[in-house]
Design a protein around this ligand. Sequence first.
Ligand code: ATP
Length: 301
Amino acid sequence: MREIYLKACGKINLSLDVTGVRQDGYHDLSTVMHSISLYDRIHIVWEPNEEGGMQIRICTNRPYLPVDERNLAWRAAQLMNERYGSQAGIEGGVLKISMKKSIPVAAGLAGGSADGAAVLIGLNRIWKLGLNTRQLCRLGEELGSDVPFCILTQNTRYRAALATGRGEHLQPLRKMMKKHIVLAKPPFGVSTKEVFRHIDAYEIPMHPDHRALIHGLAAGDDEEVYRNMINVLELYTLEHYEAVKKLKDTVRSRTSAEKVLMSGSGPTVFGVYSSMKEAKKACSILRDLRYEAYWASTDGR
Ligand code: ATP
């Protein structure tokens, strides 16, 4: 038996721009993603046996999540099994993956992608495959656009990257943001597909300047960073989900956030704070208002 424990960190989008529609129907994006200290705990146990065939068993503390091929962790295990399961010493066995989830589901925080990334990284280690980060990212692309970013940040010291294409082309950023954040969400999910289906109908009034944002991060210039923290998907989500708009206004008016933005396609909204004390205070204000709220940071695990 071999086992491994991993932390699967979520992400926020410091900016998100839609730059075009592709022939395959996906949108071209340009987004600065940042890993956060809110994570799911993944425990993988591999019990080899002589019977041949690989059984994948998933369990999770979120009873409403599927534990079959609809779960990204399951799909990641199946992908590794398809590619490497016939190698000597790996031929058969039982893979038990347990996921203690803390990242809210369907929240724009890449919870499923983080779990899938952790399974790819974990099996690479358990089966001693020797795949490097680039090779793992290429596998991750087959699972979802955010998976390569999650692999990059779980498997290296990088915490942030500029992602382009569907989100899979990554330019790792040397400087990360050193801030405290509070994530808050209303009691529903927003479908990423729905948002992208409608976003082309919008005239985008202001695009983030990624060069300036990255420069701001490198120079530690908060104002330059905040000026360019723009998520164009807010155009759709804030208009169609009044509760998200209200939440964003609440974080802005009731807490000392230096910047407030929606992550991904929503509905999670995050506030940025320089001090842990202010972030914790903001978190408790939002919880008192009955929001699901989490305190996290951008520079730790
Ligand atoms: P992203 O930010 O990458 O768009 P998200 O944070 O908005 O993702 P997820 O939490 O990954 O969304 O959930 C999106 C859907 O994926 C949910 O409907 C859920 O049922 C499904 N899903 C599959 N596997 C998982 C998993 N391991 N954890 C959470 N959701 C999962």
